[in-house]
Design a protein around this ligand. Sequence first.
Ligand SMILES: Nc1nc2c(ncn2[C@@H]2O[C@H](COP(=O)(O)OP(=O)(O)OP(=O)(O)O)[C@@H](O)[C@H]2O)c(=O)[nH]1
Ligand SMILES: [Mg+2]
Length: 460
Amino acid sequence: MNSEDTIAAISTPVGYSGIGIVRISGKKSFSIAKKIFHPVKSKINWSSSSFKMFYGWIINPENKQRIDEVLLSLMRAPRTYTREDIVEINCHGGPLPLRKTLELVLRYGARLARPGEFTERAFLKGRIDLLQAESVLNIIQAKTDKALEIALNQLRGGLSRKIYSLKDKMVDLLSLIETEINFPEEDIDLPSIKDKEKKFEEILRIITSLRKMGKEGRIYQEGVKVVIVGKPNVGKSTLLNTLLQQERAIVTPIPGTTRDTIEEMININGFPLTLIDTAGLRKVKNKIEIEGVKRTYSKIKEADIILLIIEGSSPLTKEDITLLQEVKREKTLLVINKIDLPQKLEKKELESFFPEKKIIEISAIKEINIERLKQKIAKFVNEEVISSSNGIVISIKEEEILKKVEKNIERAFKTLKERLPLELVAFDLKEGINKIGEITGEVTTEDILGQIFSQFCIGK
Ligand SMILES: Nc1nc2c(ncn2[C@@H]2O[C@H](COP(=O)(O)OP(=O)(O)OP(=O)(O)O)[C@@H](O)[C@H]2O)c(=O)[nH]1
Ligand SMILES: [Mg+2]
């Protein structure tokens, strides 16, 4: 599709609200607005007004029918979101005025924008890079304050800055090496092996820290996965319902009630958590339950945190012990449920599996210690899952690219240490730099050339 087109869309959600916005971007934005907008008590200078708002009516030029009473904003290129002329029409927020206004806009020369096309234009015109474009989406989709804060930081270029500075360091190193390859007998200071090794180490350190930060940021965006597991009938579904404060999962005294996994989002201390209730784990023959147990195991693998539930009202069984042995202890909290009933559990037996501070006693039904459990989860998220928040999100795709870049750098570093030809070192380094370009969406060859020649004086 042609980016010369003028595009338009309703930029606010469908439904009824105070106002709704029709947004137009492109060369014809102003001329379209001029045809359908009639200002009240003000004159518009269509060839010079910019970043001004006007009150008036949208009127169908053909039959003079009044469509809506609106506020119209004119934003002239290039200092706009898309770097093109933008008009925003603030209509009343019902579907009808918005649709009719949009119809007029389309009739007079715009075409309907594809999803994300305004942001795509901002990217194509170089106003934002790919990372920032993605963060616009994250801002829209943020589920908690923290997620929003991170997305906003990203939009301001938090990650981009880090990635560019990483790239700069790689380009810098590559240009040193290429200089050494291409001009070995020239009279310039060549870096020692030690210098180059130091630079490699620094680059690797940055990549490692970026990948770590990315994981933490993603947790804010997508939620920490908290998986509730245990043998049948210990009260897993009851706990899910209590934490959600709604009867989401079916609870019965019959073991094996939950057959499939159930996922719901909750917010604890600003952390988005995805709570996952699972089918009770036991040896089963029936096909439905076998499938349920299989799903439980796959959820355990994905979990950031496991809540392993056992019941205080009966002694430890073989099934409990199997689970206690199987789960990854670092990410597990042990929850003893049903403390409202007479207790038959030997707590001493548990101590060989879990330190006391990772054990909590609750009653899911009587809601005893639920607040404490939440605090424990929040603390756990803080300490174990997120060590420091730094306002950066890296998507799975970007992390994969970074992983590949890391491989390239490691290989180049190894080649250097083995004193193999520098051409081989340069080759892998170059590969890594090009891959970084995939994250920010830019091409790099010219950068390298520029860097190399900037080290020489003219005429040499
Ligand atoms: N007394 C008491 N009973 C509870 C408590 N929590 C759950 N129960 C009861 O234990 C039984 C099983 O509860 P569920 O929540 O269905 O247990 P589950 O672990 O999801 O069971 P499955 O889905 O079969 O694996 C129900 O009768 C609940 O009412 C509790 O804290 N105290
Ligand atoms: Mg259940």
